[in-house]
Design a protein around this ligand. Structure first.
Ligand code: SF4
Length: 147
């Protein structure tokens, strides 16, 4: 299963902030670290803020910080939110598949998709920045890293 670009970016933003150790990088700094367009990062940060996983403080000395919920957030839960309820294959749409009304494959794919999410449910943001990932993230960070 291939994740949407926004899902992967949301996880990368959470991981980047998880190693900030008290510093508050701006969205622009995080976008630069992740080598993604600022507008894309800003959209993802807004959604993470809405979910209560990231705090964004404006003005001088402002920036982004992971909330307590963000640190313990389940990777599976984040992936579910960003991926939405869509099927892994488009059975309907402009040219619906002729098997749409009674397809066993569709059900099997749904179960496989749920198994994929379920495998990520017990994994937290804190888990995925353990060594060697955390130090690697700090190594590529151009903004504030740890006060
Ligand atoms: S074969 Fe089944 S799973 Fe594939 S597009 Fe058609 S209805 Fe969907």
């Amino acid at each position: 299963m291939r994740l949407l670009r926004s899902t992967d970016l949301a996880l990368r933003v959470l991981m980047r902030l998880a190693v900030s150790a008290g510093a508050t990088p701006t969205t622009r700094q995080v976008a630069a670290d992740m080598e993604v367009p600022y507008t894309h990062a800003a959209k993802v940060v807004a959604e993470l803020q809405h979910l209560g996983l990231v705090d964004a403080r404006r003005g001088r000395g402002g920036g982004l910080a992971l909330t307590g919920r963000g640190r313990t957030a389940s990777v599976g839960a984040v992936v579910r939110v960003f991926e939405g309820d869509g099927d892994v294959v488009e059975c309907e749409g402009a040219t619906p598949c002729p098997l749409n009304s009674g397809c066993r494959l569709r059900g099997a794919l749904r179960r496989a998709q749920e198994a994929f999410f379920a495998a990520l449910d017990p994994v937290t943001v804190a888990d995925v920045v353990a060594d060697p990932t955390g130090p690697l993230l700090l190594g590529i960070s151009r903004g504030p890293q740890g006060g």
